[in-house]
Design a protein around this ligand. Structure first.
Ligand code: ZN
Length: 542
């Protein structure tokens, strides 16, 4: 049998008696490496089988002289013939590695395929319909059983090899290579070649590899004790692990993983007992296992964002989908007119609409348009810039012509915070049709246009009191400019630029004195507003 140089060299550095003992215990080669604190490269190379390593080590002269009595145990030889499921990783590391596949008989090929992590991921990507854009991120979710079994083996090794410096530490987690790490080292290169795509922690395409195992009776007993409190103090009750919460929730919702609660409870339970106590509660070394872990791959794409500016030409289209008792308000919504066109380009599950502020249903959005973002959830595909141009044409070509968009393109997540900021900080420009209860004069125009940076106090308008708390908000009217309307003595056009968040209708008619000063109070008459358009939302968003 030909061992590669790397494997030969590595084996030569390891304590042979320990390796042999671990092989007899049905610990896989990679777990042996983990417990002997071997790192990095070796996890990704092709390894011989356990049986091959065992007989090779046993045959070495050096070992023969060192410990001749072990040679006699021929029944042990016989037991290490195939590749038994590892009692520590429960087969997890064995099924990432092709040694098992190479040995499979024809009738086992199908099963081996199902248990192989790479083929499992490829199938999940194909079934989910996700396309690859050069990068992916891998997350590994392990069964809590592994924690028990690692601890069990560690306690056993400490007893068995008292003189061995490798096992003199107290906490197993500080002294071995974690299984998660080993899975990533074993798998990443193989996965990068198979997909093909590069691993990148920031990639939007997320792959979760979830390992589940039903456990043996004593494992299950231990887990049950941990999850109902057992010896552990239930600290931080009700809190969840913050790590990649959104994704964890997706995986959990698909019912393929143990809850984070179980894992955390087992960790707490294990931390609360010392090695002596643990050994009384749990068999060390752990019992052999019959079946391997089941693998499930879950594929998900983090949200991607499409931004642009929209124009709204209808006075009967709301910004977001607006239903009152199942009845639609207005003819349509900006959200749906844009989102329903964009979503199919991304083959997303669904989308959310965000905009820098909003106008009322009867207010048009003209001029430069209002910045918006569509957040696409679990997109299967990332369209090209050309396809986004086509999406823009699709929206702008709709025959009703209620809504049009400009500058439609995919944007980064940072635009979301820009949008929230824009909602409160930026200036907005409007044009209103104003009516006075007496004929309009040049003096009125002069009075209004002379006002610069006029501060007004606005109580929450009567019309929004049902959804906003009653407050008094100071707002600034930066400038006003008037334009007469020919043949309409009581009407004029008021152009004005205000601080974001100003209620314009109320500033014109006064809202029963709740906004003060207002156009009526400034001109000493009654004023009302007939029409309002937004003409500019000032924001760096190109
Ligand atoms: Zn293993």
């Amino acid at each position: 049998m030909g061992f590669s140089d790397a494997v030969q060299e590595l084996l030569a550095t390891l304590p042979v008696h320990v390796v042999l003992e671990l092989l007899r215990q049905e610990v896989c080669l990679l777990c042996i490496f983990r417990f002997l604190n071997v790192r990095d490269a070796v996890y990704s190379i092709d390894l011989p089988t356990s049986a091959e390593v065992y007989s090779k080590l046993l045959a070495s002269n050096e070992y023969r002289e060192e410990d001749p009595k072990r040679l006699k145990s021929s029944e042990v030889d016989a037991s290490i013939t195939g590749e038994p499921t590892c009692l520590i990783c429960l087969g997890i590391l064995q099924h990432l590695h092709p040694a098992v596949e190479a040995q499979s008989q024809a009738h086992e090929a199908r099963e081996a395929f199902d248990r192989n992590a790479v083929s499992c991921i490829l199938k999940a990507i194909k079934d989910g319909g996700h396309s690859l854009e050069g990068t992916f991120c891998l997350e590994v979710s392990l069964t809590a059983l592994v924690l028990l079994r690692e601890r069990g083996l560690w306690c056993y090794l400490k007893e068995q090899f008292k003189g061995e410096a490798l096992f003199s530490g107290h906490d197993v987690n500080d002294h071995i290579v974690s299984l998660k790490e080993a899975v990533k080292w074993s798998l990443l290169e193989r996965l990068e070649n198979a997909l093909p795509a590069k691993f990148d922690v920031g990639a939007t395409l997320r792959i979760a590899l979830v390992f589940k195992h039903q456990g043996s009776p004593e494992d299950v007993k231990f887990l049950a004790a941990a999850s109902t409190g057992g010896d552990a103090k239930r600290k931080r009750h009700g809190q969840h692990e913050p790590e990649s919460q959104g994704f964890a929730a997706v995986v959990a919702a698909r019912g393929v993983t143990e809850t984070g609660e179980t894992l955390a409870a087992v960790q707490r339970c294990l931390a609360s007992m010392n090695n002596e106590l643990f050994m009384r509660r749990y068999q060390c070394p752990p019992t052999k296992v019959i079946s391997a872990c089941e693998i499930t791959a879950v594929i998900w794409r983090n949200p991607v964002f499409v931004g642009g500016r929209y124009l709204k030409y209808s006075r009967n289209v709301s910004q977001s989908r607006w239903l009152i008792e199942e009845e639609r308000m207005g003819q349509a919504s900006v959200q749906e007119i844009i989102g329903d066109v964009v979503m199919p380009y991304y083959k997303a599950d669904t989308y959310k609409f965000h905009a820098a502020g909003r106008e009322d249903i009867d207010v048009r959005m003209l001029g430069t348009g209002r910045p918006f973002i569509i957040e696409l959830l679990n997109a299967r595909k990332i369209p090209s810039a050309e396809e986004m141009e086509k999406a823009q044409l699709d929206i702008n070509g709709q025959k009703e012509g209620w809504v049009k968009v400009k500058g439609l393109r995919q944007v980064g997540i940072e635009v979301c915070s820009l949008m929230r900021q824009g909602e409160v900080e930026k200036q907005k420009e409007y044009v209103a049709v104003v009516w006075l209860d007496r004929p309009v004069t040049q003096g009125d125009f002069q009075r209004l246009s002379d006002m610069k940076e006029l501060e007004i106090q606005q109580k929450t308008p009567v019309r929004v009191l049902h959804r906003r708390s009653p407050l008094i908000r100071p707002r600034t009217i930066h400038w006003m400019r008037c334009e007469s309307i020919k043949g309409s003595g009581n009407y004029f056009l008021l152009h004005l630029c205000t601080q974001a968040g100003t209620y314009i209708k109320e500033f014109v008619h006064g809202d029963l004195g709740r906004t003060y000063p207002n156009v009526g109070s400034l001109l000493d008459c009654a004023a009302d507003i007939l029409q309002l358009d937004v003409v500019d939302v000032k924001m760096e968003f190109e």
